[in-house]
Ligand binder design. Structure first.
Ligand code: THU
Length: 129
């Protein structure tokens, strides 16, 4: 699975976004160490805070499927929007070593990491100390 292929998976997931309120569709594709891909899209709600972002849908679905080791995530929006703070925190929890591909609707993408997106993030080590 190349980065460009993972981005294409995120773009496919994006077509399933449920966004009656914002109209801002987001797709995510998380890649497991075993090479499997789990998809997510944002799912909005009339009670706005109940909305779930695409990245968290993909990551929590993967966990529910018994997958716990992730190497990368691709996130696709119309204009290359960057993951929100809550999603960065969830990425830090479930895939701190992931590479992150942030794509626009053309398939163009930039490459970063969870650690770069959430420097000095709070993680489980802090609870042990
Ligand atoms: N959204 C995501 O799915 N992921 C993000 O990281 C940022 C925002 C969604 C939530 C909402 O449905 C829409 O984009 C506008 O905020």
């Amino acid at each position: 699975m190349t980065p460009a292929e993972l981005v294409q998976q995120a773009l496919a997931a994006r077509t399933r976004a449920y966004t009656p309120y914002s109209g801002y569709q987001v797709g995510a594709a998380v890649l497991t160490e075993a090479g499997e891909v789990v998809l997510g899209c944002n799912v909005e709600n009339a009670a706005y805070p109940a909305t779930i972002c695409a990245e968290r849908v993909a990551l929590t679905a993967a966990v529910a499927q018994g997958k716990r080791h992730f190497t990368a995530i691709a996130v696709a929006t119309r204009n290359g929007g960057s993951p929100c703070g809550t999603c960065r925190q969830v990425m830090m929890e479930l895939g701190p070593d992931m590479t992150v591909y942030i794509a626009d609707e053309s398939g163009a993408y930039r490459t970063t990491t969870v650690r770069a997106l959430l420097p000095d993030g709070f993680d489980h080590d802090k609870l042990a100390g």
